[in-house]
Ligand binder design. Structure first.
Ligand SMILES: O=C(O)CCC(=O)C(=O)O
Length: 278
C-alpha cells in the first residue's frame, strides 16, 4: 500500500519517468521558506548563486529540515523503498523577466551515480507556470541508453556545463509540469528535461532534492557525500553529511566546501573547461 502516491502516479512514474503535481507544503509554508531564502539574499545583497545553490542543506537548517519532510519522503519511499539517502539539494532561481533557461539534458549522464533509481523532487517555492518557465519533460526518455550531449556553456543556462542533448528533442512529445507554490514534481534522474526563460513578473524559485537508495555508488569521484534521511544505510558508500544545528553552522559549512568541490570535479569530469560559477 503506497504511503502518499496513488497507484496511477506510480505506474506513470515507472512508464513515463515522472509524475506531478504532488502537494508537499501548504502555500503558506512554502511562502515562509521563500522568505527565509530571500532574507538571506537581502543580507548578501545578491541572489543565491555559485556553490551556495548546491548541497544547500549543509548551509541552511531549514533546507535540511525540508529534505527530511515526512510527506516528501513518503512520496520517495513509494518509488524506491524505505531506505533513502539524499545526495543533493539544489536551488533553481530564474529572476522575473529574465532569459535564464535550462537546456534539454539527463542528469545521470553527469552525476557519476550508478543507479537508475534517482528520484528528483522539484519543489516550487513560487508559481512554476508556462509563463515563468516551468519544467518540461520527455516522457519515456528514462528508459534505454542515455542520449548524447554536448557542452555549450551559454551564459543564461543554469546548467554547469550548459550541457544539452545533441539530438533533436521532438517538442510535440514533451509535457509541461506547471506547479503551484508548495507543489512538487517527481522525475527519474535519467529523464530528459528542460525549461524556458521566465516571462512573468515574479521570480521562479524551485528547490530540487535528489534521493537515491543506499546501494548506489559514486563511480566517477573518489569521495562523495549523502544524508541518510530515512531507514538504514547498510552499504556506507557515501560519507554521511553532518546535520547543521543552525544556518551557517561552521562544521557543516566546512563540510559543504569539501562536498561541493568534489561534486564540481565530478560534474566537470571529461569537460573541456570548468565554469567557476558553480
Ligand atoms: O529548474 C529547472 O527549470 C530545471 C531543473 C533541473 O534541471 C533539475 O531539477 O534537474
Amino acid at each position: 500500500m503506497p504511503k502518499l502516491l496513488n497507484e496511477s502516479d506510480i505506474e506513470q512514474f515507472d512508464r513515463d519517468g515522472y509524475c506531478f503535481p504532488v502537494t508537499i507544503l501548504s502555500e503558506d509554508e512554502a511562502r515562509r521558506m521563500r522568505s527565509q531564502l530571500e532574507s538571506f539574499e537581502r543580507e548578501e545583497g545578491k541572489p543565491i548563486g555559485g556553490a551556495q545553490r548546491s548541497k544547500s542543506h549543509l548551509l541552511f537548517k531549514w533546507v535540511d529540515d525540508l529534505m527530511r519532510h515526512p510527506t516528501m519522503l513518503d512520496a520517495v519511499e513509494d518509488l524506491i523503498g524505505p531506505d533513502i539517502l539524499c545526495w543533493n539539494t539544489l536551488f533553481w532561481v530564474k529572476e522575473a523577466r529574465s532569459e535564464t533557461f535550462v537546456s534539454w539534458h539527463q542528469d545521470l549522464r553527469y552525476w557519476g551515480l550508478d543507479t537508475s533509481d534517482l528520484i528528483t523532487v522539484w519543489l516550487a517555492l513560487s508559481p512554476a507556470t508556462l509563463e515563468s518557465g516551468c519544467m518540461h519533460v520527455l516522457p519515456g526518455s528514462h528508459i534505454g541508453d542515455l542520449l548524447p550531449h554536448k557542452d555549450e556553456y551559454r551564459d543564461d543556462n543554469l546548467l554547469t556545463r550548459g550541457q544539452e542533448i545533441s539530438v533533436e528533442v521532438d517538442e510535440s512529445k514533451t509535457v509541461a509540469m506547471p506547479l503551484d507554490t508548495g507543489q512538487a514534481s517527481l522525475h527519474n534522474g535519467r529523464l530528459a528535461h528542460a525549461s524556458s526563460p521566465n516571462r512573468s513578473a515574479d521570480r521562479r524559485i524551485g528547490l530540487s532534492l535528489h534521493y537515491v537508495p543506499p546501494h548506489t555508488k559514486q563511480v566517477v569521484g573518489e569521495w562523495d557525500s549523502a544524508a541518510l534521511v530515512r531507514g538504514e544505510d547498510r552499504y556506507g558508500h557515501f560519507r554521511p553529511t553532518p546535520v547543521p544545528t543552525r544556518d551557517f553552522d561552521p562544521e557543516a559549512v566546512a563540510f559543504h566546501e569539501k562536498a561541493t568541490d568534489q561534486v564540481r570535479e565530478i560534474l566537470f569530469n571529461d569537460a573541456e573547461k570548468v565554469r567557476k560559477t558553480l
